[in-house]
Design a binder for this molecule. Sequence first.
Ligand SMILES: [Zn+2]
Length: 376
Amino acid sequence: MSVEDLATIRYLTTTSFGFGASALLGEVLTELGIVRPLVVTDPGVRAAGIADRVVADAEVTWFDRTPPNPTEAAVLEATEMFRVAGCDGIVAIGGGSSIDLAKGVALIATHPAPLVDYAAVNGGVERITARVARTVAIPTTAGTGSEVGRAAMINVGGRKLDFMSPHLFPARALCDPALTLDLPPFLTAATGMDALTHCLETYLSPLVNPPAEAIALDGVRRATRWIERATTDGHDREARWNMMMASTEGALTFQKGLGAVHAMAHPLGALEGLPLHHGTLNAVLLPAVLRFNEPAAPEKLAQLRQVVGAEGDLGSWVAGLIARLGLPSGLAAMGVPADVLPRIAAEAERDPATETNARPATRADYEELLRFSMAS
Ligand SMILES: [Zn+2]
């Protein structure tokens, strides 16, 4: 860190956090002046009755077909429903996919097509204006923290693209840990590892933002302390509260930039015919990246080891945690074929998250990290 660098520090979304927060939806919609909301959710959350319980008797239009990784086709389908029903705002109820898809709708329902023009890699950040439709985000997992984030990951033409703008922050977030009580163990562990990865990668990012680093450390402390309890006993309210807080903190902090784990998880998550879970990908990629970053940030890694109580290197500690959580031991176990690795490495090098990795990573570095992560 240098005192000569300019820091950008942004905390915008008003968040109501705690058991019962989702019951504030009606009040919040009135406050925002939204009378005809489009509710964006996924088939699982709808089938479990969670979304209907949150919406209660409010009059809404439903889009409940969010795919596991949001695609442009799904965004356009939901946007059509938004237009036909004359909607004036969006309520996203679900995991990161539903919230990201909602951000895509909020954007393209109010801006000229095509969606791809607004991707960060295409210079889209400047094109996204205050016209973006207002969104109330209600997470049902504790992982992405997308409810307080300014980014959406959407698969456009086989590439997972990052859409980023301060205008994409949801207008309000209602974080209700009660909605996560019945999340199955595997999803609890995988999404929780996403939250932990956000905190770890952000803390190690070289950009200057001390408040973000303080939030990241608190998130690491909560996630590592509670993830096993939340996974083994889903109805532990204290564990669920802390994991949701770690998730929200992860997204509050990651404006400071992510790193090599996310740079590889993004192209891997876009592999056709292989719907790989983002959090699980992060989990299996973490040990190799933490070891790779060690020489570039020895003091920060020492601090992290202290926070989690690791004896040896942090990569090995994380690998142990992943095994205890019952997550896959590597990319090979997730079904990733070795022949895609060179292409993934090339895409990882181009991913915006690469720029803020603690240690500069080349395409060759990425190939090595990926090979190592096949079985870590
Ligand atoms: Zn993530």
